[in-house]
Design a protein. Structure first.
Length: 202
């Protein structure tokens, strides 16, 4: 049963379908229509923020997340999504602050740990990045992206054996993970295992 501030399951599924299809302009418009009906729905403002991020309208996205968080300050997913938008903009300090808040609200939030690690990684702090990726993996042991990111952090720290181990772990869960194949090729090359590197690049 829905409340005055909620979408029906069918309406929500329609929005998720637009997102999965990459139809971000349509998603923004649909969210605007629903927000007229449900102006106090944090979920709708959050989804519209994700849509604007997909359109690279980052400031509009951040405003949507702020509206969602004004309605529900404890909305961990909105904090995480806002962090991702700050990260994409290169505002790493603000991104990390958002991810920390998301984790404080939802301690087992593997995606927020991974995203925070990606912010540290992009900012050149490879050791701290790796510690966040490991926390994400501890929570979600089949987290392919976190293994890839951790492998990349180790590669940049020149721990090539450790990085290769992480890439292999990622590929054990998703053999088609192209980033894992490519980055493992770089680690194998740097380990001077050139034949294995060529196979990985293929």
């Amino acid at each position: 049963m829905t409340t005055l501030n909620e979408l029906s399951d069918q309406e929500f599924s329609a929005l998720i379908l637009l997102y999965s299809q990459g139809k971000f302009s349509d998603l923004v418009q649909c969210c605007s229509s629903f927000i007229e009906k449900f102006p106090r729905s944090p979920k709708l403002h959050n989804i519209q923020g994700v849509a604007y991020s997909g359109l690279k309208e980052f400031n509009l996205a951040i405003n949507c997340y702020k509206r969602a968080l004004k309605l529900n300050p404890n909305y961990a997913e909105a904090h995480n999504n806002m962090g991702n938008t700050f990260k994409t903009k290169g505002d790493f300090d603000l991104a990390i602050k958002s991810f920390k808040t998301a984790i404080l609200l939802k301690p087992k939030f593997a995606e927020a740990y991974n995203n925070m690690g990606a912010s540290y990684l992009a900012n050149g702090d490879y050791i701290l990045a790796g510690s966040q990726f490991k926390k994400a993996i501890d929570i979600k042991t089949d987290y392919v992206d976190a293994y890839i990111n951790n492998g990349n952090a180790l590669r940049l720290l020149k721990d090539f054996d450790g990085s290769i181990q992480n890439f292999k772990k990622a590929l054990s869960y998703n053999s088609g993970a192209t980033d894992a194949h490519f980055l493992m090729g770089l680690s194998l090359r740097d380990r001077e295992l050139f034949k294995d590197a060529i196979i990985s690049f293929k």
